[in-house]
Design a protein around this ligand. Sequence first.
Ligand code: FAD
Ligand code: UDP
Length: 370
Amino acid sequence: MFDWLIVGAGFAGSVLAERIASQRNESVLLIDRRSHVGGNAYDCYNEAGILIHRYGPHIFHTNAQSIVDYLSRFTAWRSYEHRVLSSVDGKLLPIPINLDTINKLYDLDLTSEQLEQFFASRRETVDEIRTAEDVVVSTVGRELYEKFFRGYTRKQWGVDPSQLAKSVTARVPTRTDRDDRYFGDTFQKMPAGGYTRMFQRMLDNPKIKVMLQTDYREICDSIPFRRMIFTGPVDEYFDWRLGPLPYRSLRFEHVTLDREQFQPVAVVNYPQTEDYTRITEYKHLTGQRSPKTSLTYEYPTDIGDPYYPVPRAENEALYKRYEALAAECPDVWFVGRLATYRYYNMDQVVGQALATFARIQKSLPSTTGA
Ligand code: FAD
Ligand code: UDP
C-alpha cells in the first residue's frame, strides 16, 4: 500500500513527490506514461552528444526567490538571459518589440521619447481590452500587430488572435528602451546540469518509487494507495464526461547540423513565413561547445500530446465545470498545467505544487507521525 499515487513526473508531480517523501516521510508511487521523468521540461543528450530539450526550449525565469531557493537544493545554475529574434520583412529583429526593433525595421533613428510618440500615433483605442489582438493593437498599432503577432498566433493556436484571451499576447511586453531580453524577471538561469539531472536529484529518495511507461488507468485498480495527486489532463481523468477541453499540441522536428552555429541567438521566431513558429538552437542555452549544432523546429497542431490549454472564455467555462467535479474528490489533488488548465510557466507550476503541499500539511496529519 502506497501512501500516495502521483500521476505525472513533471514539475507538479515531482515537486510534490519530493515534498511528501522528505517532509512527511510517506511512501510515494510516482508514475508517468512517458519513458522519462521531467514532463515537458525533459532534456537529454542526443546522438551527437548535444543536450537538447525533447519538448521544445525551456528557459527558467522567475521573480519568486522562494522558488529559486527550493530548486537550488537540487541544481546549480548557469547564467543565461534569453534573447529572441523575429524574422520580419526579411530582417532579424528583436522581439519583444523595442527601440532597436523599430529603428531597424523602418530604418529610423528614433530616441525612446520619440518611440513613445510613434506608438501613441499608431495605437488604436480599444474600449475594453479583451482579446489577444486588443492587447497588441492598443499598444503598438495594427501594422506591427500584423507583422509580429497575427501570423505567429494563428499558427501557434490555430485561431485568430481576436478569438483568444488577452492573457496570451500580454505575456510579451513592449519596450521603448533597448532591453532585448525576452523575460524581465529578476532570476533567469538554466539548471547547470540540465533539467533531467535536477529531477533525478529531486526524486532520489528511498520513499519514492518511480514507474515509467505506465498509464494511470493501467494500475489504478491493481496497486493500492491511500491518496492521489493527478497532474494529467483534468478532462481525461473524468473520461471527458463534460466534453473534451481543447489543448494545442506541437510536432517537434529535431535536426543536427555539421556546423558550429546556425543562428545568432537561441530562438528565432517566424511570424510571416514558414509552417513552423520558431527554431531553437540549444547550444546558446546550455553554453555547450561542439563542432555540431542541434536545432528544433516547432510545428503547431491539434493532434498529439496536450501541451497548451487554449485560453478562451468558453474553455475556461468548461474547465470550471471540471473543477467542480474535481472538488468532489476529496482524496485527489489536481495540480499542474494540464490538471488545472492553466497556461503556466515552470516557476508557476512549482509555486502551485508548493502551495498544494502547504494545504496538504494543514489538512492531513502524516501517517508516519513526521
Ligand atoms: P507536464 O510537464 O506536462 O507533466 C505532466 C506529466 O503527466 C507528463 O509527463 C505526462 O506524460 C504525464 N501524464 C499525463 N497523463 C497521464 C496518465 N494518465 N498516466 C500517466 N502519466 C500521465 N515554461 C517556462 O517556465 N519557460 C519556458 O521557456 C517554457 N517553454 C515551454 C515550451 C514548450 C514548447 C512548452 C509546451 C511548454 C513550455 N513551458 C515553459 C511550460 C512548462 O513546460 C510547464 O509549465 C511545465 O512543464 C508544466 O509541468 P506539469 O508538471 O504541470 O506538466
Ligand atoms: N507571440 C507572437 N509573436 C511572437 C511571440 C509571441 O504572436 O513573436 C504570441 C503568440 O500568440 C504566443 C504568445 O504571444 O503564443 C505568447 O508568447 P510566449 O513566447 O510567451 O509563448 P510560449 O512559447 O512561452 O508558450
